[in-house]
Design a protein around this ligand. Structure first.
Ligand code: ZN
Length: 371
């Protein structure tokens, strides 16, 4: 029980333990990295390590998991599934602005540890939450050594709220630890990020993700597939609906195959978009799936042309179909198609008109074919 349960990113864990042992843990930390990679889990474990009451564990900058602090703080793990917080979070988007203001969202299962998740329909950390944090930070710890405040998805903080945080970040009250999580350090507002020490968590190896899926009631084969599809994010792997995912990827694969056979991709993306509308699935998600299919085909082609062992497939369950497509296309076409898709993804992230972006992509794939 303790840090050994944290899988992946051992270097970051080691750095935290070194700082803890030396008594040099900063007042503000930012854990950055892809969604579902384990940033929040790490924050909760750090809150436990900071406040564990077991002398032996403390000496090793570890936590015991059994003392009353450890157990109480563990209640905040996976708060979406918490019997009280789950329904509370589901209710929040339906509340009025005034109701959310008068009752800012803060989760706690220990008198000294507080979590501030994004709130409301727009999923933002509000100024009211930050004010609440500031008020709570004025108190000395009652049962813990340090009061811990976790801003989950702190990149979803608007400027007003970020400015309100400035004072706490600049002059942190004694015995407080502030932990922010964010996908990217640069998505945090400058006022926040310049005052928090960033530690980056990278994607896990798929074997590591598989180990974390061990407790789930899935077959070994399903676990391996989910780990590959999630590309290093245990959180994403856990949330996968494998059957639904297989159906979607199958549909996209059929579109891709049709495009290759007809040598015409103009319809591919409009059909992908139509699929996104009927499925209430975001176009970005479908493009990510399409990208992952292209990625696999690319490596199958590379392996065929060079004799090199193939890169492990992400879409393990579609191996046969993917190999079939790989026989029909050449390497150069795929490299360019994938890089065009990359560009499109970048454009979508910057919120340009989707239809325009898709048409541009379809046209560029056509020209790739002719080159
Ligand atoms: Zn403990």
């Amino acid at each position: 029980m303790g840090w050994e349960q944290y899988i992946g990113n051992a270097g970051v864990v080691e750095a935290l333990r070194r700082m803890l042992r030396a008594g040099r843990l900063p007042h503000s930390l930012a854990f950055t990295g892809p969604a579902g990679v384990g940033k929040y889990t790490l924050a909760i474990m750090l809150a436990r390590a900071v406040n564990c009451e077991d002398e032996q564990a403390r000496q090793q900058a570890d936590f015991c998991g059994r003392c009353s602090n450890c157990r109480a703080i563990a209640g905040l793990q996976s708060y979406e599934e918490h019997p009280e917080f789950g329904p509370l979070l589901a209710e929040r988007p339906r509340l009025s602005l005034e109701e959310r203001r008068d009752n800012p969202l803060v989760l706690s299962t220990h008198p000294d540890v507080f979590v501030f998740p994004p709130d409301g329909k727009t999923r933002q950390i509000s100024i009211h939450q930050v004010r609440r944090l500031a008020a709570l930070a004025q108190y000395r710890p009652s049962r813990a050594r340090q009061r811990v405040f976790i801003l989950d998805e702190a990149d979803r903080t608007d400027e007003v709220a970020a400015n309100a945080m400035l004072k706490i970040l600049e002059e942190p009250p004694p015995a407080t630890l502030l932990i922010l999580t964010a996908v990217s350090y640069f998505q945090l507002l400058p006022t926040i990020r310049s005052r928090a020490i960033p530690l980056h968590l990278g994607p896990l190896a798929s074997e590591e993700v598989e180990r974390l899926l061990e407790p789930l009631p899935w077959s070994q084969e399903e676990k391996r597939l989910a780990a590959r599809l999630a590309e290093g994010s245990p959180g994403a792997a856990r949330r996968l609906d494998l059957e639904e995912s297989r159906r979607r990827r199958g549909e996209l694969l059929a579109l891709l195959r049709g495009g290759i056979e007809r040598r015409d991709f103009s319809g591919l993306f409009s059909r992908t978009q139509a699929l996104a509308q009927t499925r209430e699935e975001s176009l970005e998600n479908l493009l990510a799936l399409l990208y992952s299919l292209l990625h696999d085909i690319l490596y199958l082609v590379v392996s065929r042309e060079t004799g090199a062992p193939s890169h492990p497939l992400r879409n393990l369950d579609l191996e046969e179909e993917l190999s079939g497509i790989a026989r029909q296309v050449d390497w150069e076409w795929l490299v360019r198609a994938a890089s065009r898709l990359d560009k499109l993804d970048g454009l979508l992230r910057r919120n340009i008109n989707k239809q325009v972006a898709l048409e541009a992509l379809a046209m560029s794939l056509e020209s790739v074919r002719e080159q």
